[in-house]
Design a protein around this ligand. Structure first.
Ligand code: ADQ
Length: 740
């Protein structure tokens, strides 16, 4: 995984379709009239900036249930004509089960590590599937085969796969606004596989932080067995990239508002109202149990209890927006907060001083920013938060650098805002101490901390976020397209076959496992079947052909399995060569000091630590196979073993290789490329075909002249000229050649 992409701004040639649970326009009915209100959210702003460059269409719920069909049609028409918004209307029962139910009673608590709050109800899952399909139907109404999609958030995690199946050529990114939990938590979900598969329909999966991306990759490996290479997973031969894109705030609007005299006046008035010497602590949240509001109130209460001198000199302004009021935990939370605020104000307040100034409603952003500017301290203490934009908005609003941010380490924003006072929300004393530290911090320290954070926030703003995500979708698509061009399609096949037909001196270099035959659980089970044998015999019978099977297997197995075929063979990656059927095996390597006795115990240790893995001993090499181990344990241990051996084998004549689910150690200077030279230099070949599937075959591909047809089986990174999807496809090519 890299960090966010910084490339030039790219734009999409076709339609960009943004799909999210809520549209950027909210519909409501006031005094019998239908009203349309653009939502001020950050994402809408970022997309608005894109809108100037390309056609952007939105799909989502408008936040309103029409009273009748006539009203529905009216709303739809106006949303489409005036806002490029295509509404998905949801029934009350769908909202209950899909939105309040599966999205907010199952996924939201689970992804925020509130496992005990999660409910797992089949009917709610069914509603989630149904509504995802409802969104999909709307997508089909407006999409073209090559449209670009940007799907948002946990409400629509099944949508990418639905779209991919219907429009295989489209470009698609998905962004998750909440944390992606550790695989230990994610696996609790009974429908985890469907969710993962649903997401993997996208080309690009974006998360706020590196940690969430890592968690996702780990779940994909553990639950579906997908390995990744630098954050890229190959799903049915399609590349899916996983990366982090920390969302930013709308700096343009921020700066405009800070320069607005009305905002400045309001900031001054707020400070005056509370008294010049009175310090202001501010918090701004949706009322949600993930935001740690009670933790914060308890810490503030203890702070006042312990620090008498601050009583009357500090006011905590607590802004909460009502949210998901139909979910029971939110109702209970509201009661708890009311009680805590009441306690603090009752215990410490006086006629001239209210310690907690609690505002329970949404405020226009203009009011919010004047409060940010006025506050001495922002107290942002979520128990868990995907990003937390409030922390960033506060920093952005502190033009004079005169403020302190207290931020819990479990907010995604903490990854970028390490100059804040970072706290553990469950450690009350730490919060109390941080409040104290913030109140007494020198202005020099405040400035130096704030300056660094502001620089970062101003640079990575919402426009940057939006553009870098779009750039990355485009980039992923272009990687896929360039792969597509190298697929052995009918045109390539025609060319290859015609060259084959024209030539008389053909060298055919074939790897065995994963190329001529699929991998099986136990290496000894991958015997050649009759069809394969017939195929190899028929190819090797042509006097124009020199057929070489070039494998990492030991020579005894090769002899046993392929000895009756008139071909040449290379065993142990080149340690042994049999030039033709009638020749003897020739040793290419020298037996060295008994290195195996030293390495074997290390591999045996891994064999016992990783159930399902085993050690294979060859004449010139040792191998540790982990194909049958649990995918994640195998992946982790194989990398660990590779790193350890790499150090251990430095300055020796031994070479380490990470093949397909195997780690091999053998004598340096032996590889498939060098073995191929043995045959390459024998004649002036007029046609060369090399087939291979793993890292060890790359050594072979490297040695070939540019006009050779080198073909990789599978779609990983390769030096080969062409790709073919599977050993089966490989066989069908060979069958066609054998008929020429
Ligand atoms: P939220 O959980 O809603 O978002 P957050 O990132 O803090 O959390 O965004 C809240 C937004 O609402 C801010 O822009 C803030 O200004 C606004 N807001 C909060 N209180 C308000 C009030 N009283 N009046 C008006 N506006 C108010 C989810 C994830 C986050 C992630 C965002 C974006 O839970 O982790 O950062 O999406 O991806």
């Amino acid at each position: 995984m890299g960090s966010i992409l910084m490339g030039h701004n790219k734009s999409i040639h076709h339609k960009l379709i943004v799909v999210s649970n809520r549209l950027p326009v909210t519909v409501s009915r006031k005094k019998g009239k239908i009203k349309f209100k653009e939502s001020p959210g950050g994402l809408a702003t970022g997309l608005r900036s894109l809108k100037q460059k390309q056609k952007v269409l939105f799909i989502g719920w408008p936040g309103y249930i029409p009273r009748n069909n006539k009203e529905k049609i009216y709303i739809r028409d106006r949303l489409i004509k005036e806002h490029q918004c295509y509404p998905v209307f949801l029934k009350r029962s769908e909202l209950d089960k899909y939105y309040y139910g599966f999205s907010n009673r199952t996924l939201w608590p689970l992804f925020h590590y509130f496992t005990s709050y999660s409910t797992f109800e089949e009917p709610e899952w069914n509603a989630y599937k149904k509504v995802n399909r409802k969104f999909f139907k709307e997508v089909l109404e407006i999409a073209d085969p090559d449209s670009t999609f940007w799907v948002h958030d946990y409400h629509l995690m099944l949508l990418p796969k639905l779209i991919r199946t219907a429009l295989p050529q489209c470009s698609m990114g998905f962004f998750l606004h909440i944390p992606f939990p550790s695989s230990e938590i994610f696996r609790v979900l009974p429908w985890r596989t469907e969710i993962l598969e649903g997401l993997l329909g996208a080309d690009l999966l974006g998360f706020h932080t590196y940690e969430y991306a890592r968690h996702f990759l780990s779940s994909a490996l553990r639950l579906l067995g997908y390995e990744h290479e630098f954050g890229a997973i190959s799903v049915n031969n399609r590349i899916v990239r996983v990366d982090n894109f920390p969302m930013g705030v709308d700096i343009e609007k921020n700066n405009q508002l800070l320069a607005d005299p009305e905002v400045q006046k309001e900031t001054e008035e707020c400070r005056k109202r509370l008294g010049k010497n009175n310090k202001i602590i501010l918090s701004v949240d949706r009322l949600d149990y993930s935001k740690g509001i009670p933790h914060r109130l308890r810490a503030f209460e203890s702070f006042l209890a312990k620090n008498r001198k601050w009583r009357g000199k500090i006011t905590y302004i607590m802004l909460c927006v009502p949210s998901r009021t139909q979910v029971s935990q939110y109702k209970q939370l509201k009661k708890e907060i009311d009680r805590l605020v009441g306690n603090i104000n009752g215990k410490f307040g006086s006629p001239s001083w209210t310690p907690v100034n609690y505002i329970f409603r949404s405020r226009p952003f203009k009011k919010l920013i004047s409060l940010y500017a006025a506050a001495d301290i922002a107290l942002v203490t979520p128990v868990r938060d995907g990003m937390n934009l409030v922390a960033k908005e506060y920093v952005a609003a502190k033009k004079d650098n005169n403020g302190v941010l207290i931020l819990s380490g479990t907010a995604g924003a903490a990854e970028e805002l390490s100059e804040a006072l970072i706290v553990n929300v469950h450690n009350k004393n730490e919060i109390i101490e941080s409040i104290k530290k913030a109140l007494t911090m020198s202005s020099k320290e405040k400035t130096s901390r704030m300056k660094v954070m502001r620089k970062r926030i101003l640079e990575y703003d919402i426009k940057h976020w939006t553009q870098s995500f779009i750039n990355s979708i485009i980039e992923t698509k272009s990687i896929q397209d360039s792969r597509e061009k190298r697929k052995l399609n009918p045109d390539w096949k025609k060319e290859l076959m015609s060259q084959y037909q024209k030539s008389r001196k053909r060298l055919l270099l074939f790897d065995y496992d994963g190329t001529l035959i699929s991998y099986s659980k136990k290496p000894e089970d991958a015997k050649p079947d009759n069809e394969l044998k017939r195929l190899l015999i028929s190819l090797s019978k042509s006097s124009s052909n020199k057929l070489v099977v070039i494998s990492g297997r030991d020579r005894n197995t090769m002899e046993k399995w392929l000895g009756d075929i008139p071909c040449s063979m290379v065993a142990e990656h080149g340690s042994w060569i049999k030039t033709s059927q009638k020749d003897k095996w020739e040793k290419q390597a020298e037996l060295q000091f008994p290195w195996k006795n030293r390495i074997k115990p290390i591999l045996k240790n891994y064999e016992s630590r990783v159930p399902g893995s085993f050690v294979e001993e060859k004449e010139f090499g040792l191998a540790w196979h982990y194909r049958n181990a649990s995918p994640e344990l195998g992946y982790i241990r194989s990398h660990e073993l590779f790193d350890n051996l790499n150090e251990y084998l430095a300055n020796t004549d031994l070479q380490l290789m990470h093949g397909n689910k195997v780690i091999e150690i053998r004598i340096a200077g032996i590889n498939k490329g060098i073995a191929a030279q043995h045959f390459l230099k024998k004649k002036q070949w007029d046609f060369i075909l090399a087939l291979g599937d793993d890292w060890t075959d790359e050594e072979l591909f490297k040695e070939l002249p540019p006009n050779a047809y080198s073909i990789k089986i599978g779609y990983g990174p390769t030096q080969a000229r062409l790709f073919i999807e599977s050993p089966q496809a490989c066989r069908s090519l060979l069958l066609d050649l054998s008929k020429i």
